[in-house]
Structure formats: structure tokens, C-alpha cells
Design a protein around this ligand. Structure first.
Ligand SMILES: [Zn+2]
Length: 303
């Protein structure tokens, strides 16, 4: 039977099938433009496509074991380049770029980048790629250049690629299916938080966001917020807190809203999170919107 996907774990089976069909027909385009929502697995599939085109057990197969597959997986293959937005050459250390690439290689679904710094793909980077494209192959079968977050390309950089972009094939990426996301998370993060289902729902199909949430430990923050509110209740009852710093902050907050019914706010927040944890509830955005409105009304009406 003919293969219909080169890596079923990554989802997007329809896209994979089309790529394989194009290779079989000898009509693989020179460039693809993968577009779609953030966190739909575009980088991961691009890296996999680079393996497909270079795997030594190929041509329609990704073995994951040969030196080519391994080097590409580590983003260390001399014929495969992965570029992403950086905050300008002067504002970034080479080690930082290498660190980011290592993170991307370790988990191609994770967000990489330079937190808070305005990043872009500059004309220099595109010029380097174009120069590189003229060199002979080092050891692979095909040179592959992956430009991640290509929408962060500066205008001159995009202009330099215009001819290629005009000829490229557009491929739309829908969001990944829930079961695919779950399997991917388990693969890249063996120790998952207890409320993984809640995190996935909160991320609304954006796997990058799901990994963000796990990294930031959003559920822990939620617990901290509820804990903070609880302390306000304690301080209102004039019971002493252990930590003086916390006591001062909580006290300030409590005094700012002297008439607010904090126990009621706590139960409102906790109810919203319970609704979120209920598998029948499929719309976290609505729950949060509802929660925000309720909290706003509570604080405004009572203070
Ligand atoms: Zn291989």
C-alpha cells in the first residue's frame, strides 16, 4: 500500500498526503508557504519535510534514524537551514541563537525567541540564504531553507524573496486535532500537569500556547491568585499572616476595595475554573469573558 503520511504523529495528514503525491509525480514545488493559525504545527512539519527530502532511506520515507534525519532533527544539517526572527545582529549573541535553535530542535512545537525584544528577519539573513542556495550540496540530497515566522520579515527582506514567494505553493494549516495535540504533548513533555485537559482547552487548539501555559505553570498562577484573594479575607478578619511582605500587599489591596465581598469573588473565580474543568464545556473563552464581566461588576458595584 502506498504511504499517505511521512509522519502521522504530526497530524495534518491531508497536507502530508499531498506532499507525497507531489513527490511521486515529480512535481514538488521549489517553495511552500505554510500559513495558518499560530500553534498549528507549521515549523514541525517543515522540519519533517526537510527530513523527507534528505532521508537516506527515502525518497518517500522518514526513517528518523539515519544521519540525515538525525542531523535535521537537531537542526544541525549543513544543507538545512532554519531561520527565525532575531532582534537585529547587534542586539543578540550567537550563543542565544544557538540556544533557541536547540530549544526548537528539542521540541519543534515550542515557542522560541527573545522575550520582549522586537524581532525580525532582516535582509542580511535572506541574502545569506540566497548565497547559500548557490553552493553545492554538502552531504544531503536537497537544500532546505525554513523561514519560521516569515510574517516578521522586514520589507526589503520580503522583496528580496519576492520571486520565490510568487512561485511558492500556499498550504493552509488548520489547527491540530485535540487527540493529536495530546499525543504530541505526551511525547515532548513526559511529565504533564494533572489538569492537562484543562490546559489544552484553555489553549483552544494552539499547541504553542499549550506549551507556553505549561511552562508558565498557568494553573499554579491561578491557584496563587485564589490564594491571594483568600489572604484578603483572612486579613479582613484580622487574622495574622505569616509573611510580613505578603501581609502588607494583601492589606493594601484589601483596603483599596473595602466594601468588596471577597469570599464571593473567590467562589466566582473557583466556579469559573470548575466550569472550565468540566469536559462538557467546550468554550473556555466564553467562560473567561463571563468571569471578567462578573468580576468587573462585583468590584465596581461594591467598592
Ligand atoms: Zn532517515
Amino acid at each position: 500500500m502506498e504511504r499517505t503520511a511521512f509522519n502521522p504523529e504530526l497530524g495534518h495528514l491531508e497536507i502530508q498526503e499531498k506532499i507525497l503525491a507531489a513527490i511521486r509525480a515529480g512535481r514538488l514545488p521549489h517553495a511552500f508557504l505554510f500559513y495558518g493559525n499560530e500553534g498549528s504545527g507549521k515549523d514541525a512539519l517543515a522540519i519533517e519535510l526537510a527530513k523527507l527530502l534528505n532521508c537516506q532511506k527515502g525518497p518517500l520515507h522518514v526513517c528518523q534514524r539515519c544521519p540525515a534525519c538525525q542531523k535535521i532533527a537537531h537542526l544541525q544539517h549543513p544543507d538545512v537551514k532554519f531561520v527565525f526572527p532575531i532582534p537585529g545582529k547587534k542586539n543578540v549573541k550567537v550563543e542565544e541563537i544557538i540556544e533557541n535553535l536547540a530549544e526548537k530542535a528539542a521540541n519543534p512545537f515550542r515557542r522560541i525567541g527573545f522575550h520582549g525584544k522586537n524581532s525580525f528577519i532582516a535582509i542580511d539573513t535572506v541574502r545569506e540564504l540566497k548565497r547559500e542556495a548557490k553552493f553545492k550540496l554538502y552531504e544531503g540530497k536537497k537544500k532546505v531553507f525554513i523561514i519560521s515566522d516569515a510574517d516578521q520579515m522586514q520589507a526589503p527582506a520580503a522583496n528580496a524573496l519576492l520571486k520565490i514567494l510568487e512561485e511558492c505553493q500556499l498550504v493552509h494549516f488548520p489547527l491540530l486535532e485535540g487527540d493529536v495535540i495530546l499525543k504530541i504533548i505526551h511525547k515532548y513533555q513526559p511529565e504533564t500537569p494533572a489538569n492537562l485537559a484543562g490546559i489544552i482547552r484553555l489553549a483552544a487548539g494552539n499547541i504553542k500556547l499549550a506549551f507556553d501555559f505549561m511552562q508558565d505553570n498557568i494553573l499554579e498562577k491561578r491557584d496563587q491568585a485564589v490564594e491571594f484573594l483568600r489572604k484578603i479575607v483572612v486579613i479582613e478578619k484580622k487574622e495574622p499572616l505569616i509573611n510580613a511582605d505578603i501581609e502588607e500587599n494583601v492589606g493594601k489591596f484589601a483596603r483599596a476595595y473595602p466594601n468588596v465581598d471577597f469570599p464571593f469573588i473567590i467562589s466566582t473565580v473557583e466556579n469559573a475554573y470548575q466550569e472550565l474543568g468540566d469536559p462538557r464545556n467546550l468554550n473556555p473563552t466564553l467562560i473567561f469573558l463571563n468571569l471578567s464581566i462578573k468580576l468587573y461588576q462585583l468590584i465596581r458595584n461594591q467598592s
